[in-house]
Ligand binder design. Structure first.
Ligand SMILES: *Cc1c(COP(=O)(O)O)cnc(C)c1O
Length: 261
């Protein structure tokens, strides 16, 4: 089956339907409406919250259809996956965001194509990013990731190390800090999820007094973005509500993942 010149396999059709562009565009509308409703509920203006569509596990040729359906901001967890897709889709004006943990040996690839990075969590990484950005003569928007759930397996700075980290950010002038990022605990208990978002917001309030750039909150995914917006999210990172369920176990992206109960 062919759409916009893209050949879809039986597998693609089973996962994304026979008209992925329209399906994604319709899902996007529903998500935007839910974002706007949550914004209004929490005394914010519709349009204040940015939606970052998360495209991990969606194959590059299918993303070509997402682009045709009006999605041009792509969030990817793994650098290698993002890099492979970017090479295939380099003819499209896509804005790539890397939202997952990054090893320092991958930094050189990130600085070549990514517009922003949501998982800054160590001085070593800040140093290496700054050095490589300097070589490329460019800047990078970054969010500092904080571990708000206290789960040992989660990436991100422990909350009590955030302030000393933030104080050192001016040493890396190629990094343009935008705010803080977190993954809430994966739990069916809304109040436990909400506590993670509240913690990130209170940390932001302190961090922003030291570094004025750190004013935004990147928090909320398909299962919890409405709670995140109620707690002040400025950017929500949403994959499955737009692109459908992922076949890959999420443990591939989040080590030590505990299933939602
Ligand atoms: C996958 C992912 C998301 C989106 O999760 P969904 O359940 O698909 O909405 C958000 N943030 C990060 C860091 C991710 O890896």
């Amino acid at each position: 089956m062919t759409h916009h010149g893209v050949e879809l396999s039986t597998e693609d059709v089973a996962r994304f339907g026979d008209d992925p562009s329209s399906t994604f565009a319709a899902n996007l509308q529903v998500v935007r409406a839910r974002i706007d409703a949550a914004s209004l509920r929490s005394g914010r203006k519709p349009g204040d919250v940015r939606l970052l569509p998360v495209t991990k596990t969606v194959p590059a040729h299918v993303l070509r259809l997402a682009f045709a359906g009006g999605i041009s901001d792509f969030g990817e967890n793994k650098l290698q996956e993002a890099r492979d897709k970017q090479a295939i889709l380099s003819d499209l004006a896509i804005r790539w965001s890397i939202i997952g943990h990054l090893q320092t040996n991958k930094v050189k690839y990130l600085v070549r194509f990514a517009s922003e990075f949501h998982a800054l969590d160590s001085i070593r990484l800040a140093e290496e990013l700054n050095r490589r950005l300097e070589a490329e003569d460019r800047d990078l928007d970054v969010f500092v990731q904080v571990n708000t759930s206290g789960e040992a397996s989660k990436y991100g700075l422990p909350p009590d190390e955030l302030m000393s980290f933030v104080e050192r950010l001016p040493d890396y002038p190629r990094l343009k800090p935008q705010g803080l990022m977190t993954l809430a605990i994966l739990s069916g208990e809304a109040e436990r999820v909400r506590t993670c978002f509240q913690l990130l917001r209170s940390l932001r309030d302190r961090a922003v007094s030291v570094h004025g750039g750190l004013s935004r909150l990147s928090m909320g995914m398909s299962g919890d973005f409405e709670i995140a917006i109620e707690e002040g999210a400025d950017v929500v990172r949403v994959g499955q509500a737009i692109f459908g369920p992922r076949p890959t176990a999420d443990g591939h992206y989040w080590p030590g993942l505990i299933p939602r109960s």
